[in-house]
Design a protein around this ligand. Structure first.
Ligand SMILES: Nc1ncnc2c1ncn2[C@@H]1O[C@H](COP(=O)(O)OP(=O)(O)O)[C@@H](O)[C@H]1O
Ligand code: SF4
Ligand SMILES: [Mg+2]
Length: 388
């Protein structure tokens, strides 16, 4: 879709062009919406099989676009990775690289009709059945969401209702997932959940309003709510970004301890590799809507390959290391409309070689568990071209 006007100005777009784009967008999104809002969709259309039954989620070539009046934003553009049962997968990358859109696609919570999954699958394993979320109709998704997946957001104040007491809000969630529990049982369970997330004065907090709690306490309450349904997957999207450093560490400790107790898988989204280091089993590094590197936590920390990953590591402060100024990767994430067909990181990369003038680099394996999309590894011995 043309974003450049006749004068070649990237930022300017005429009213006529904008109208044409909106019309075209409406045509595409109406078609997709019609497809999604059908009633009585045959189950064969969305019930599928996992590639590996030990995974809870398999993202497979996911493409999620936003059809905006200035062009198509390719927020997620061909992303594939797995979330194994009981493991934590950290998704890392600077702001705007598509982390949240990936998780919102999984929850079918994209801002519609602009936001649409246009290609690929998201296979979700409930334990008894496998749903392809990309094709699951809205009425089925409502049953899955909440029962199977919980989300913990960045700013807990916006997710808690300010006019109801903590206890009332927690009771509501617990009641919803435990039909048939008596009022007393529900209350006892709510207080138990508050204790589990490390709230000492649980009976007192039960009777408080959200504004009476600190940011860290509110985040603990949100986590308690998230756990109330014993989800198979917890999505924590920048769970500690709004908190100060010591509270951040406590919340991460809490998540880590809970992980062992509840045996859920966690998708931990953050722009901070430091947060992921101690939490994750696997790491996915995203840049401008694509995965540039993925592997086990050991692969990524012991042998970071992509210049972007290395840049992220260098921009993390290290205790005991004296630096005059914190390193930051020069330049910024490119605009995901009209991306050029070459390495998206090229304009910021200080390790460019001749090959980087070519098309976007294919993903190659540097070990069976470790893959990277960068020309520096294309001719390396042991690098296996996956043919993408
Ligand atoms: N509702 C929306 N409409 C248009 N573009 C959007 C919308 N939501 C997200 N985007 C774009 O998608 C890209 C990825 O966003 P996001 O997934 O939120 O990034 P982050 O990695 O910071 O979570 C960004 O360029 C953002 O501007
Ligand atoms: S492909 Fe080239 S430009 Fe891109 S990250 Fe690798 S070295 Fe840098
Ligand atoms: Mg985000």
């Amino acid at each position: 879709m043309a974003l450049f006007n006749k004068k070649g100005n990237v930022n300017y777009i005429s009213a006529k062009e904008s109208r044409r784009i909106s019309k075209e967008n409406r045509r595409i999104t109406n078609e997709l919406e019609k497809q999604r809002n059908r009633k009585n969709v045959p189950r064969e259309e969305y019930i599928t099989q996992m590639r590996d039954p030990n995974n809870v989620v398999e993202f497979d070539d996911l493409h999620t676009y936003f059809f905006t009046d200035i062009g198509v934003v390719k927020s997620v553009d061909g992303v594939s990775f797995d979330i194994p049962l009981g493991k934590t997968v950290g998704v890392v990358g600077e702001s705007g690289c598509g982390k949240s859109v990936t998780s919102l696609s999984l929850m079918q919570l994209l801002q519609r009709p602009q936001g649409q999954i246009v290609k690929g699958s998201i296979r979700f394993n409930t334990g008894t059945e496998v749903y392809d979320i990309a094709k699951t109709p809205t009425y089925e998704m409502q049953k899955l969401r909440g029962n199977m997946v919980s989300m913990i957001f960045q700013e807990p104040m916006t997710s808690l209702n300010p006019v109801f007491k903590i206890g009332t809000q927690l009771d509501e969630v617990i009641e919803l997932h435990n039909k048939g529990m008596s009022k007393e049982e529900v209350k006892a369970r709510s207080i138990e959940m508050l204790e589990m997330v490390g709230i000492a004065n649980s009976k007192g907090v039960y009777n408080m309003y959200p504004h009476e709690l600190s940011g860290g306490m509110r985040q603990r309450v949100m986590i308690a709510m998230g756990l109330a349904c014993n989800p198979r997957l917890i999505i924590a999207d920048e769970p500690t970004t709004a908190l100060d450093v010591t509270i951040q560490a406590q919340i991460l400790d809490l998540l880590r301890n809970l992980k062992d107790k509840i045996n859920s898988s966690i998708m931990l989204i953050t722009h901070d590799l430091g947060v992921i280091a101690e939490m994750a089993d696997y790491i996915v590094v995203m840049y401008a809507g694509r995965i540039v590197e993925k592997g086990t936590v050991h692969d990524i920390f012991k042998n970071p390959c992509h210049p972007y990953t290395i840049g992220l590591m260098n921009s993390k402060p290290v205790v005991g290391k004296k630096v005059d100024r914190l390193y930051s990767i020069p330049g910024k994430v490119p605009n995901p409309i009209n991306m050029p067909n070459y390495c998206y990181f090229r304009d910021r990369c200080d390790k460019c070689i001749k090959a980087c003038e070519g098309p976007y680099p294919k993903e190659v394996n540097v070990s069976p568990t470790h893959a990277v999309s960068c020309y520096l590894f294309h001719d390396k011995k042991g690098a296996i071209d996956d043919g993408r």
